[in-house]
Design a binder for this molecule. Sequence first.
Ligand code: AMP
Ligand code: ZN
Length: 141
Amino acid sequence: MKKEDCIFCKIANGEIPSTTIYEDEDFLCFLDVNPASRGHALIVPKEHYADLYEMDQELLKKAIVLAQKIGKEMKEKLGCDGLNLVQNNDEASGQTVFHFHLHLIPRYNNDGVGISWKPGSLTQEDKEELKALLTPGRPLE
Ligand code: AMP
Ligand code: ZN
């Protein structure tokens, strides 16, 4: 299913151009128009899923395998020194396009790309509280 007014659905439909580096029956991979680094690309399912929570589980497995394959290409062809996979969900995380996508961000030594955080500390209280809260008491779906 496509969603009207979704920019990535429009790219998947061919209504908006993209610099596509890979395509198969399920996915497109195209260059990000505002790249964090040289070669920054997005893996995008052709069908519309807003985010990770909605994403089809079989497609999700394919997406990570595709990231491995394209990541290897990037390492070989771009000679990048590292690779970040980034996947944002909801505004608070920085998601701006509400059609699932996986960022492949090639990294180069001292490139200054800011994917980092200030490390906090996990207190004993946090450990106990979070372990009790997050350990599932049922099979995960
Ligand atoms: P996010 O913040 O995770 O939702 O990432 C959305 C990404 O899509 C951003 O990095 C944008 O630069 C990128 N983007 C938005 N519109 C386009 C477009 N038409 N073609 C390629 N990349 C796009
Ligand atoms: Zn869409």
